[in-house]
Design a protein around this ligand. Structure first.
Ligand code: THU
Length: 141
């Protein structure tokens, strides 16, 4: 659905792009996780000369919220200088499915101001999750 996030969230995600470390792709991405208690956690992509060691903006923000936040994520906003609203990679979708409520809103945008509002479950239907591991000796409930 074409729907922009609150203006303050969009601006915060755009500002997060300034912290991107992108010497290889030049493609700066900004992300913002807002938690249910209203705290904000920023992310930007951080690349590496060993390319697969690079980390996407979404995962930086999600992991900061998971380790520094007190409450679960309530929204994720992602923005890049792309022709269409930026689309998260498969690994980030899997991490969203692990750390966020399934129906949590995810806003994807570009610098032209095009926005899509989607959800975690719409981005990764049928995600592999902790339920699949129950009864297999795993430690997650
Ligand atoms: N990237 C993100 O940070 N988030 C996305 O949603 C798409 C891709 C990064 C990874 C890499 O640093 C650069 O963009 C090009 O793929």
């Amino acid at each position: 659905m074409r729907e922009a996030p609150p203006a303050a969230w969009a601006e915060a995600a755009r500002s997060a792009r300034d912290r991107a470390y992108v010497p290889y792709s030049g493609f700066a991405v900004g992300a913002l996780v807002v938690t249910t208690d209203g705290r904000a956690f920023f992310g930007a992509n951080v690349e590496n000369a060993a390319y697969p060691a690079s980390i996407c903006a979404e995962r930086v923000a999600l992991v900061k919220a998971a380790t520094e936040g007190e409450t679960p994520p309530a929204a994720l906003i992602v923005v890049a200088d792309s022709a269409e609203p930026v689309t998260p990679c498969g690994v980030c979708r899997q991490v969203m499915a692990e750390l966020c409520p399934p129906e949590m809103p995810v806003y994807l945008g570009n610098l032209a101001g095009d926005w899509i509002r989607t959800t975690v479950t719409a981005l990764l239907p049928g995600a592999f999750g902790k339920e699949a591991l129950s009864g297999h000796g795993g430690r997650a409930e």
